[in-house]
Design a protein around this ligand. Structure first.
Ligand code: FAD
Length: 492
């Protein structure tokens, strides 16, 4: 047993291709992780300190790794499943995201283009069920993840964002689905409490959760089911022929290995061009005055609010009445490797603070108490790739979850479990288990070009929101924005 730290991960590299989340991290400034660890109290935590073997070893203790472990144990309680987490479970994106659980219906156009219409509908329906499962499974184990199914309001905060949801609504028509209801101005204000929102629609199936509580709950459930979870046990070497994973103090030999390390997977040579890591920044305030209008309003009901920017801005409140403000589309990293700015990006935190006041004019004198950053592994079409890496033992991976993982990781756990069991079923046949089918250009080109396009998109969208005419040169560069931005709605 050891004392855990506050769960804030950086990176170091020991072996080419293995980007390893730092085991000890810096001071935790992520509100969600602090709140979850405080609520959890002291827990026993194991570090891998000896050689061992298992049937399945999962690298990464976020939503994906933990759901995979839980699913495998549910299917076969006799299976020896080990999770190796570099820091603490939930220290990666899973504990530091916006906590907005959305289904895949907002991605239906891109999904149908990648996997065909029939599979797209099936998967979108599964993603809706996954949201409910977050609640039912954690509740069954007596764990409170602050689940609230209050819906997702998708708004326009500039004239040019008006009707940005129409392509999605239109793409739902052939399936006879009506996921979105147009809000009149009164309802829009009821949910947003800010005149900055000009129009909007609501998807009432969406939910919000306290994401770090969800990650920690999954850890507890996995342990209860007999999964061996080792924290502060970063994998520093992996022999894909023998299935031997090494940590600093121990090792696991397993015929099947699942790589669920998300942003840290971008260092793996075969997967390097599958995603671009994009920074995403979050700010959380002190609690609102409980007697104030904002605290008593429907904005404080658990609703998720996002606007129609490509570099999305999002807002919600926490269970104790704080405002969380999210800002996607931060910087890229040179060579597409996990960088310090994906933990704490001072430049974007400052932008976040300036914008926060504009988005929440009724916030009064609340103070921003926490700011932090995270990395989103964006694939070209905003959808993940699942596959197997070469080697004599079995190594499975998922990459490119693209900022929509809170609900969907439940499904990815089922896909990875079926891959491990080498089953041909609806999960392995869903169309996403085909390896990396769309690649970005090599890293230097993507970094230079991507940074230019991203900065132009931000400038154009800022100008549009502030009622200024965008610079034509910036506007020109926005034409090169990857497809994902137009076809899908991601939150990170
Ligand atoms: C700021 C931000 C906001 C977001 N907002 C939303 C949102 O509102 N809604 C939504 O649906 N999605 C959102 N996302 C995306 C969502 O958080 C992710 O898709 C999801 O958490 C991915 O889970 P994961 O388990 O795959 O990855 P992670 O949670 O990142 O887990 C990977 C784990 O691997 C560990 N690791 C890395 N290297 C090693 C190693 N060598 N050995 C052992 N362990 C290792 C890390 O420590 C980490 O814990 C957001 C993401 C960010 C960054």
């Amino acid at each position: 047993m050891f004392t855990r730290n506050k769960g804030n991960v950086g990176t170091y590299r020991e072996e080419p291709g293995w980007d390893v989340a730092d085991q000890w991290g810096g001071a935790g400034r992520c509100y969600w992780i602090e709140e979850a660890l405080e609520a959890e109290g002291p827990v026993e935590s194991q570090r891998l300190e000896e050689p061992m073997s298992a049937d399945v070893a999962i690298v990464g203790g976020g939503f994906t790794g933990l759901w995979t472990a839980i699913e495998l144990k549910d299917r076969d309680p006799n299976l020896e499943v080990v999770v190796l987490e570099a820091n603490i479970c939930g220290a990666g994106a899973s504990g530091r995201n916006g906590g907005m659980a959305l289904n895949y219906w907002s991605k239906i156009g891109g999904l149908a283009a990648r996997i065909g219409k029939e599979r797209a509908v099936w998967l979108a329906d599964q993603s809706n069920d996954a949201i409910g499962e977050l609640d039912t499974i954690t509740r069954k184990h007596g764990l409170d993840i602050h689940f609230k199914r209050a819906g997702w309001v998708w708004t326009a905060t500039s004239e040019s964002q008006l009707d940005s949801w129409m392509p999605t609504i239109d793409s739902l028509k052939p399936y006879g689905r009506e996921m979105y209801r147009v809000l009149d101005s009164e309802e829009l204000f009821k949910y947003t409490q800010s005149e900055i929102h000009l129009a909007g629609v609501i998807d009432e199936t969406a939910a919000t959760v306290q994401p770090a509580r969800l990650a920690r709950a999954l850890r507890t459930i996995a342990l209860e089911k007999g999964v061996k979870v080792f924290e502060h046990s970063a994998v520093i070497k992996h022999d894909r022929d023998t299935g031997l994973l090494r940590t600093r103090l121990g090792s696991v030999r397993a015929p099947s290995v699942v790589l669920a390390t998300n942003a840290w997977l971008s260092g793996m040579p075969e997967l390097r061009r599958a995603t671009v890591l994009v920074g995403s920044d979050v700010a959380v305030t002190s609690p609102l005055d409980p007697k104030g209008e904002l605290a008593k309003s429907d904005f404080n009901s658990g609703v998720a609010v996002t606007n129609g920017r490509l570099t999305i801005r999002s807002g919600r409140t926490t269970a104790d009445g704080r405002i969380m403000y999210g800002h996607s589309g931060g910087g890229l990293s040179y060579k597409n490797r996990f960088a310090q700015k994906f933990i704490d990006d001072k430049e974007h935190a400052a932008i976040n603070l300036r914008e926060f006041k504009r988005f929440h004019p009724r916030a009064g004198d609340v103070k921003v108490t926490h700011t932090w950053s995270g990395a989103v592994d964006r694939s070209y079409d905003g959808l993940p790739f699942l596959g197997e890496l070469p080697g004599r033992s079995k190594t499975y991976y998922i990459t490119g979850i693209s900022g929509n993982g809170v609900g969907p990781c439940r499904m990815f756990g089922k896909m990875l479990a079926s891959m491990v069991q080498q089953k041909q079923d609806e999960w392995t046949d869903c169309g996403l288990v085909q390896g990396v089918t769309i690649k970005y250009p090599p890293a230097p080109i993507t970094y230079v070009g991507g940074s230019l396009v991203l900065s132009s998109v931000n400038k154009v969208e800022d100008a549009q929101e502030e009622g200024r005419k965008p610079n034509p040169v910036d506007k020109f560069w926005t034409r090169f924005t990857p497809q994902f931005s137009y076809k899908t709605k991601d939150l990170g």
